[in-house]
Design a protein. Sequence first.
Length: 155
Amino acid sequence: MPYFGEYECKLDSKGRLRLPSQLIRQMEGKGTYDFVVHRGFEKCLMLYEKSTWDKIVKEVENLNVYNKKERQFLRYFFRGATLISLDSADRILLSKRQLEAAGIEGEVILSPLNDRVEIWSPENYNKMLANEPDDLSDLAEEVLGRPSFETDENE
């Protein structure tokens, strides 16, 4: 199930991030929440519920470590992946290395991306937003659009 919302949050001095209750209510966990956090594709962190992470691992576990590109992807994808749990104050602890990799210092923006949550520094988030296309319909057509008159040439 996709998550909804956009949340501005602050880290405490130990690198703990309190997840908004509005976001937690959307998650599968029923009192116990386990997550995996790792470096995202752009300069952000990705937060997955453990059950979602397990599904993603099944998708990539068949990649061939003897193929250079696939090995590189696996290396980059799994680097810094950390299993974490929500504490009694609804906080997760982000490592110093993860925070540095994403350029996060004190404030963060949580932005859901379907079944995961991106954790951005406000600066990097705003840069990403500044690169949004002027006309989202062009991107939607390119990614999702299909001609309504498609026919099979073999018919």
